[in-house]
Design a protein around this ligand. Sequence first.
Ligand SMILES: [Cu+2]
Length: 115
Amino acid sequence: MKAVKILIISLFASISIWANHPTHFETISFKVFGNCEMCQERIEKAMKLLGVKSGVWNVDTKIATVTFDIHSIGPDDIHKAIAAVGYDTEQVRADDKVYKKLPGCCQYEREKIKK
Ligand SMILES: [Cu+2]
C-alpha cells in the first residue's frame, strides 16, 4: 500500500514539474552563407520548423539572429537544421548533395575545403 502511495505522489510530482516546464529564452547570432531572398526563406523556414521562438537571416550581412528556448533546443540543433536545407553555417557545413540541389542562383560561394 505504501508503495502505491509513493507511486501516486511521484506521478503527481512529475506532472506538476512537466506543467511548470520553465522556458529560458536565449538569443544568438552567427553567420550563414547564402545569397538572396529565396535563401532567406529556406533558412528561416528551417529554423521555424525546428521550433525557435524567432529566427531571422539578414540577406545583406548574412547573419542569423535566433531566439530559442534553451530547455528545448541547443545552438547545435539550429546549425544542423540550417545545414540540412543546404546552407553552410560558421559551425556546420551542409552536405554537398543538398547544396548542389539548390537553384543555381542560390549556390553561394563556399569556402574552399583544404584537402
Ligand atoms: Cu537564394
